[in-house]
Ligand binder design. Structure first.
Ligand SMILES: [Zn+2]
Length: 369
């Protein structure tokens, strides 16, 4: 059994994490005071943390998204955005994350009059500061940004242009997020076509609150390279009583093309996309060798770290260090980082990191391996 300490120090890779879903509760309270935001439900950090978690766990994506009113509410000044970004990098690094892509919809931080460029500058400055602090603390991390457009709004072309504008400053891709039902990705075709023409990268939240048509549109109309969640791809897979598997053409396409699935187990239970961790399709998809990755989605709302998510998989499905290494390598291969940098992290950090941990485990209990 992999211990919590081993999980924490094991090199991990995170592809799906929202900047406005990962604030420290104490930071939310301090920023609210500094920016005269008066709508928080509590001024006590522990109580506020609990409020976010219980608000998230209501089996509905729309209800899950309510807590963001407050996190976004305090992210309306450059200092606040930079602080949140810097703490994000430091918290992930302390959790053993060696590479992360963290996403945010900059249009959400323009309520107080900030320009989209000012939001981007503050966000990316925060990442630089946070990564430098993490390195100084002995936990180096490479952190990159994914710029998100909200699927229910109509600014996706402008946001897509913004993502490309900052590609040399740390932005690696473009995403759409928000309520999935009623807002299909094909509403934003112009934005995706712009990204394609710029030779840039696309991931799309699809197959979380809505099923196969959303995944199909994301891949075949919008050209998504990865799927945010994608859990509902199991609707296209039938496990027969004798254990044999039948796959529809969409599931086959996803597996054959090695389309990365950015799976977020705890968040999927909280939004009602999946009934329980034990019933989460991540284990079936992993055993069928889909390109599965493990992610946090919203660390504050779901009350998790990436280490916690791996601990959940260890408990529910008995995965070990080999599976953790496979999942982390999958994520690194699927990142939007340049190929040579991906290889450097796989061969220079992830592989040797797991080899060391496996050697330690062998030394501790030689009969178990
Ligand atoms: Zn998400």
């Amino acid at each position: 059994m992999v211990t919590p300490d081993t999980i924490r120090i094991a090199p991990k890779v995170l592809l799906h994490d929202h900047l406005d879903g990962g604030l420290r509760p104490a930071t939310v309270i301090e920023l609210a005071r500094e920016t005269s935001y008066t709508e928080l439900p509590s001024e006590d950090a522990a109580e506020l943390g609990r409020w976010f978690r219980s608000g998230a766990d209501r089996k509905s994506l729309e209800l899950y998204l309510e807590g963001f009113r407050h996190t976004v509410g305090v992210m309306q000044t450059p200092d606040a955005i930079a602080r949140v970004a810097s703490e994000c990098a430091q918290d992930l690094a302390a959790d053993g994350v060696v590479y992360a892509e963290v996403r945010y919809a900059p249009e959400l931080s323009t309520q107080g009059g900030l320009s989209l460029d000012a939001v981007m500058e503050a966000w990316l400055d925060g990442f630089e500061r946070g990564a430098a602090a993490a390195k100084a603390a002995g936990h180096p991390i490479v952190i990159r940004a994914i710029v998100t457009a909200m699927r229910q709004f109509a600014r996706s072309v402008e946001i897509a242009e913004l993502s490309v504008k900052y590609r040399d400053r740390g932005v690696v891709g473009f995403d759409i997020a928000g309520p999935e039902d009623g807002f299909p990705p094909s509403r934003h075709l112009d934005a995706f076509q712009f990204i394609h023409r710029a030779n840039f990268h696309i991931t799309i939240h699809a197959g979380e609150a809505f099923g196969l048509p959303s995944i199909w549109e994301a891949l075949q109309w919008c050209g998504a390279e990865r799927l945010g969640h994608g859990v509902r791809i199991v609707d296209d897979i039938v496990v027969q009583p004798d254990g044999s598997i039948e796959m529809g053409r969409l599931a086959q396409f996803v597996r054959d093309n090695r389309v990365p699935l950015e799976m977020c187990p705890t968040s999927n239970v909280h939004t009602g996309a999946v009934e329980s961790i034990e019933q989460h399709p991540i284990d079936l998809l992993r055993r069928l060798r889909f390109r599965v990755t493990v992610n946090t989605d919203n660390r504050l709302m779901s009350g998790v770290s990436l280490g916690d998510e791996f601990a959940v998989l260890v408990d529910a499905f008995g995965i070990g260090l080999d599976e953790m290494q496979w999942l982390s390598t999958n994520a690194m291969k699927s990142s939007f980082l340049a190929f040579d940098e991906r290889l450097r992290l796989i061969n220079g950090v992830i592989k040797p990191g797991y080899e060391r941990l496996k050697a330690d485990a062998l030394a501790r209990s030689p009969t178990l391996v």
